[in-house]
Design a protein around this ligand. Structure first.
Ligand SMILES: [Zn+2]
Length: 205
């Protein structure tokens, strides 16, 4: 299993030597998949998935949390998965401080929501209104780290990457989809269809 992972990672890296190839990779996103997935190493099933990004060539790939910790030495995913599990059990609980920072830096929550969460973080007794806001932020985090959202982001990023080399393409619509996806945690059916139409029309892959 280990061998298969290193081979796959090296194929996506600049360096052909594993010890250097693995240093090219950084944590990008984490998500929890309701559908069972297969890790790059062949391990099945996995649900806790990290999207990692190569700092040199911008390649991206998805790896199960198992491999991330063991072979790539990237630990950022753990805290996120701990918070996902905790909030799935009870969405009135708190995500960890690192995870609040993570989702804020990824534009998953607004300035207001971030400040609000930090303000109430240590408070034991919340008013019903404060609790409702906290729960809505927690739900946003869960939506943001769901497989569905992340597959939407992948499709959007695919088009944006393609657009870098196709300057005549007007990116405004795609950028508005991205904002929408960040705000709502997902795209509507209509938006999804529009996005797929663009991908088909311009033969983007
Ligand atoms: Zn694995």
């Amino acid at each position: 299993m280990h061998y298969k992972l290193t081979e796959e990672i090296i194929a996506l890296s600049d360096s052909q030597a594993w010890n250097f190839a693995k240093l090219e990779w950084d944590f990008n996103f984490a998500y929890y998949s309701e559908d069972l997935q297969t890790c790059l190493c062949g391990h099945y099933p996995i649900r806790n998935i990290c999207v990692i990004r190569n700092k040199k060539n911008s390649n991206q790939t998805e790896v199960g949390n198992c491999c991330i910790n063991k072979f790539l030495g990237i630990e950022d995913g753990n805290k996120i998965f701990t918070s996902i599990k905790k909030l799935k059990d009870d969405n009135s609980k708190s995500m960890s401080a690192e995870v609040i920072d993570y989702i804020y830096n990824k534009n998953g929550i607004s300035d207001f929501e971030y400040k609000f969460y930090v303000d109430i973080y240590r408070k034991r007794n919340l008013t019903p209104k404060q609790l409702a806001i906290k729960v809505s932020i927690n739900d946003k985090f869960l939506a943001f780290t769901s497989y569905e959202t992340n597959s939407h982001f992948n499709r959007i990023n695919l088009v944006l990457k393609w657009a870098e080399n196709n300057s005549s393409f007007d990116k405004d619509f795609i950028l508005s989809l991205k904002k929408n996806c960040e705000r709502n945690g997902k795209l509507s059916e209509k938006q999804k269809m529009a996005l797929e139409n663009i991908i088909t029309k311009f033969k983007i892959e």
